[in-house]
Write a protein that binds this ligand. Sequence first.
Ligand code: PMP
Length: 323
Amino acid sequence: MDYSAVDGWHQPRVVPYQPLELDPSAMVFHYGQSVFEGLKAYRSADGNILLFRPEENFRRLNESCDRLCIPQVNEEAMLEYLKELVKLDKDWVPSEVGTSLYIRPFIISTEPTLDVSPARAYTLMIILSPVGSFYKGGIDPVGIFVEDEYTRSAPGGTGYAKTAGNYSGAYKAQERASTHGKAQVLWLDGVEKKYIEEVGSMNVFFKINGEIHTPALSGSILDGITRKSVIELLESNGMNVRQRQISMDELIAANEAGSLQEVFGTGTAAVISPVGRLEYKGQDYVINGSEMGETARWLHETLVGIQTGEQEDPFGWTIVLET
Ligand code: PMP
C-alpha cells in the first residue's frame, strides 16, 4: 500500500515476495524514516489460525508513525487487510509446537529527494514468514550484559517508537555483549546510566521478595505487547506488579541479599525468556542458580497456551481466523 500527499494511503495489493525498485535518493536510505511491527499467527491443535492482539500492533505502529512524522494508518482497515493476507497464506502457518507465522508490517519513506524533512511518499508492506521454535532444545536461561557505555534512548528521543535507527544504534553494544559471551544487552537510562530500561528486543521483569517489578513506561522504552499481557495476567491472578524506576544498584543489592528470585524478558519472539546471568561492570551475577523460575514458567505456559488456543482466553486477546 502506498501513501501520497494527494491520495493518502491507497492501492492495497497482494504481490509475491520480490525485490523492490526504489530510487537511490529514496529518503529512507538517507534519513532512516521507517517504522515496523512484529507479531505472530499460530496454528491451534484443531487447525485454526490465531492472531495474538494484532490491534495492539497497529495502535503501536501509529504511535511510532507519530514520532517519526509518518502519516497515520487506519487501524481497523489494517487489521482487515492482515486477516485477509494471513488467510491467503494459511498454508504457511506451521503446526509444530513452538512454530508460527511471523508477520512484519513496516513503512518506509520513498520520496526521492535529499531534502531533510518528512517525506511526502511512503510504502507500507507486510512480510510473512514461517518461523521455527525459539527454544529448540528447551528453555535455557540466557546471559545478559548490562551496557554502561552506550545508551539506546534518552528522554525526548525515539525510544518508545519501533524505528530502524533504535536497532542499528544498538549494534555496537550488542557486539560488546556477544564478545562477553552474553546473548543480549540490558540498557540503562540515557541520563545517569543508573536505572534499568529494557533488553535488546524484550522488556524486563524482576521477582524480588515474591513481588514482580518492571521498569515503568518512561517514553524511552518500547510499550511491549507481551509486557502488557504479562502484567494483565499476573494482576488477574492476584499478583501485584510494580511499574517503577529500578536501579542497577538496587538489583545487585537484592541479588546479594538473596531476595532477587527471578529475572525474565518478555517479547513476541521468545514470549518469556528467563535470565540466568547478568554481567555488570566486569562482574558476573548468577540469578536463581541459572534456573528458570516458577513465575516465568507459569507465564510462558499460560501465554503460549492462550496464543495457540490450548488454553481458554478469558481476556479476548486472540482472533480466530475463519479459513
Ligand atoms: N523492546 C524492544 C526494543 C523490542 O524490539 C521488543 C520486540 N518487539 C520488545 C521490547 C518486546 O515487545 P513485544 O512484546 O511487543 O514483542
